[in-house]
Design a protein around this ligand. Structure first.
Ligand code: DQA
Length: 150
């Protein structure tokens, strides 16, 4: 049994396709921080906020949906970067819609300032809020919001 007074709240940070290549992937857009560095940093940020952060990345839609179901079943807050799925994947949006805990959508880049196909996210209608364009710092802000909302 968990004791909310002593056990840190679990938070899932879920990153979608191609984000495993951070640091090598178009660094002029996504920066030089690798996914491993981002993950280590967010675990540290979470620790400072009293959160137990677990960072996962997948290129598999089925895997991402399973993780979103896990969050829905456990009422686990989520920081989600759906990456390209944001722009067309209704199955991911449907899975997010089942989560009653806080879900913050994060995009490293400012999707509103890029190609028009990136301007709309089908996931956004089902999340608590969205942060875009602030680089890795967007994830820190999302975690701070989750910590403050508990
Ligand atoms: C992204 C923006 C998406 O348009 C893109 O497909 C990504 C990353 C971002 O973090 O800026 O893969 O979600």
């Amino acid at each position: 049994m968990t004791d909310p007074a002593t056990d840190p709240t679990r938070v899932l940070v879920l990153n979608g396709p191609n984000l495993g290549r951070l640091g090598r992937r178009q660094p002029e857009i996504y920066g030089h921080t690798t996914h491993a560095q981002l993950a280590d940093h967010l675990v540290e940020t979470g620790r400072g906020l009293g959160l137990e952060v677990e960072v996962r990345q997948t290129d598999s839609e089925a895997q991402m949906i399973a993780w979103l179901h896990e969050a829905a079943d456990g009422s686990v807050p989520v920081v989600l970067n759906p990456a390209a799925w944001s722009h067309y994947n209704i199955a991911i949006a449907d899975a997010v819609a089942q989560i009653d805990a806080v879900v913050v959508e994060v995009h490293l880049s400012n999707i509103a300032k890029r190609e028009s196909f990136r301007h709309h996210s089908v996931v956004s209608a089902y999340v608590t809020g969205t942060i875009a364009g602030l680089g890795p710092g967007g994830y820190d802000l999302a975690l701070a919001h989750i910590a403050a909302s508990l």
